[in-house]
Design a protein around this ligand. Structure first.
Ligand SMILES: [Zn+2]
Length: 106
């Protein structure tokens, strides 16, 4: 999974194309993510007791991550994610960098 919870992304396809938001939840096994304010869907909640009203709850439905692009927090452009291997204390770690400005994202 190239995205992480909390990443700012831009929608590049579908009904919300061009909108921006923050990733709220990642569903790695389904290659989906839910994004704040994007792909809003209304869910009807039935009343659980008598005299209680049913409710409509609006929530962002998970969408395919191939429709999302990262918004770089450094240069503020939508960018491809590149990877870089860092070595510190003889430990190697893979970090994400912006393909445009080469700044570290993680
Ligand atoms: Zn950048």
């Amino acid at each position: 999974m190239k995205f992480k919870k909390g990443d700012k992304v831009k929608v590049i396809a579908g009904k919300d194309r061009g909108k921006k938001g923050k990733i709220l939840q990642i569903y790695a096994e389904r290659n989906k993510a839910s994004v704040e304010g994007i792909n809003l869907t209304i869910k009807h909640v039935r009343p659980r007791k008598e005299n209680e009203k049913g409710q409509k709850i609006e929530f962002p439905a998970p969408m395919n991550i191939s429709n999302l692009m990262l918004l770089c927090p450094k240069c503020n452009r939508s960018a491809r994610i590149a990877y870089k291997i860092l070595t510190a204390d003889n430990k190697k770690s893979k970090v994400r960098i912006c393909a445009k400005c080469k700044e570290l994202i993680d």
